[in-house]
Design a protein around this ligand. Sequence first.
Ligand SMILES: [Fe+2]
Length: 387
Amino acid sequence: MDNFSYYCNTRIEMGAGKIDQLPELLKPLQIGRSILVVSDPGVVRVGLVQPILDKLREAGYRVELFDAVSPNPRDTECLAGAKLFVEQRMEAVVAIGGGSAMDTGKAIALLGPNGGVPLDYIEGTLSYTNIAPIVCVPTTAGTGAEVTRSSVITESSTHRKLTLKHAALRPLLAVLDPRLTFTVPKSVTAATGVDALVHAMEGYSCKVTNPISQALGARAMGTIASALPAVFRDGHDEKARFALLESSLLAGLCFGSSDVAAVHCLAEALGGLYDTPHGVANSVFLPYVLQFNALTETAIHAEMARHMRFADASDSDEQATAKLIRGVKELTCGLEIPKLRELPGVQREDFEKIAELAYCNNSTPSNVRAIGRDDYLEIIEQAFEDQ
Ligand SMILES: [Fe+2]
């Protein structure tokens, strides 16, 4: 057995109606009285944010709202949020939304008190200290950012995705209320659900995995394989919504202490270039990365096939991996997620650039099978040829 470390300091509160308890849950955290709520315009529009602002104000908090957040959040947006944080003398961040709002909230909690730009922290010219307290309230089942130590931000000038990563970026508190996910549109439910599935699969199988991440990932991928199609069929299936949100949390805890791998490396490259929604970008590459990885790492892919009940003990490992790839394709097809060639802006001339960006991603060395630029290029070609 290899040595490992696992750490998560986030208090997790999950349940239907939990959000109503937010002010009481904040009390013991001693985060001050001035809160910057970070969200995105879509979440504000469907009416999820206002009742939370009201509740916090009723409880005596001074609250400001920052919602200028894009689906693939940019450094410029984080800097605008950080400026507001300083000008309004805010003390803590409560992020309400999907991965974009939570990642932006984490970046603001870092940049507000400390200044600089994201790259300063990645390159080590500024250090991850004095970060404002962060509380996350996910409104989609996917990112797991409510329990992870990372925040992915797009650098506007280069379209590169930058990952801020430090234990101190983990939220103090995560409040998961499945009722907040009822209004999520079908296409977003599908894409974010696949993101959670990939977190579980990559966190489980990558080179730097550990027994705790594997236990969490196994349960998450098993549940997502059945709950995601159920939620896609009926968005008001409360039981399935609960199961999906719980699984995205487990998947976040899984990869949060291991890593993601080649699927995410490609997805981040694509998202940085074309603004492709993160879950969609994961979905288009998933079967082809699995195919590449399973060729030499058959046993662990057979395990995943069995966890997801695409295969059982009677299948050989080779049969199980074939069923895994077929099962994942059928799953994403049933969720009506577009294919690579159907995505806006995607063109062959960019494939080398995507392969290069993916190869340079910090998570490439974590992929279960060694992967080079040419391998990435071939995977992109295969995904593009997929009809
Ligand atoms: Fe992801």
